[in-house]
Design a protein around this ligand. Sequence first.
Ligand SMILES: *Cc1c(COP(=O)(O)O)cnc(C)c1O
Length: 382
Amino acid sequence: MDRIYLCLAHMSGNEMQYIQEAFDTNWVVPLGPNVDAFEKDLENYVNGKGVLNKRVVALSAGTAAIHLGLIMLGVGKGDEVICQSFTFAASANPITYQGATPVFVDSEPDTYNMDPQLLEEAIKDRIQKTGKKPKAIIPVCLYGMPPKMDEIMEIANRYEIPVLEDAAEGFGSKYKGQICGTFGEFGVMSFNGNKLITTSGGGALICSNEEAKKRVMFYATQAREPYPYYQHEQIGYNYRMSNICAGIGRGQMTIVDEHIGHHRWVHEQYVAKLAGIKSVVVHSVPEDDMEPNYWLSTIRFENGKHTIDGDLLPLIGKLSDAGIETRPLWKPMHLQPVYKDAPAYVNGVSEHLFSCGLCLPSGPFVGTREINYITNNIIENL
Ligand SMILES: *Cc1c(COP(=O)(O)O)cnc(C)c1O
């Protein structure tokens, strides 16, 4: 059997046609018809048959999308931004790019995402300590599981703090029928090679209206003013997606529903196979109105033995020797040396998840045979 990876890119077969078009018309540049068409595809997708009216800007990375979102929200030197602690560093790093300080908020145990109660405590405490409100809130759709968006949006609206949703791992996940990334003022998508759909590398920012989209495009193309010569009145970035990458994205959009269907199927198989094992919990949807994409299926060991300082890393080594790629869950940002001085509001949830959690192969080449092999290997090593 070939090595089984967590999540690999999976081409639909339609990608080359769009790339070929770009070559034939000599649009081998940033911007071009594929970028426009990919943005249209994404807008149609997130707007769900015209229920919403969001706009999407295709960018060079999800990280670039977070950065531009923060710029759009006016985040700058001396500001604070609340960010989910249990996440990949890319959620938080752009806060630092802006000279602002991240304030980390821990997770609740149902979705593994931002704990609304702790969020409110953090807001109150920051106002008391600094005399001003945090500039933005970044909840994350971790492993494709939607955060408790109703509660988070209610608090954000009450304190009038804008929300920048990091849905980089949650492409196509839904909360109460609405696509994740469309609840806040801005939403972030990633098309990195290991994400649910890929453009080899890339991302997008979901914007609330056309005006915001134009502004994001301005910052993403070096903040060039509309003059016949190169006039710059603000600092800009080179963050646009290339026309070649967007061609891959257009191809991927033709099979996105099948992709998501497959990830959900893989999750169901893990649940079925591990149902009888008391010490292993497969993370599953806590509420009926959440529809995760299950980008990665994750389990946690509740046996006190397979922990990060105990038998978890040796188990990962054994699985790797058997040709199975697994990985611990994200190490919370408040435990990262680089963020040791950042304020953090914690409750032990993300530390527990990091200590006993494992990501399992969930991508396109994981079928029934692979699931049996993976789960048997885990059970044998308990
Ligand atoms: C992948 C990822 C990002 C960043 O996306 P890139 O396209 O890799 O820059 C941001 N946040 C989370 C949670 C991610 O998993």
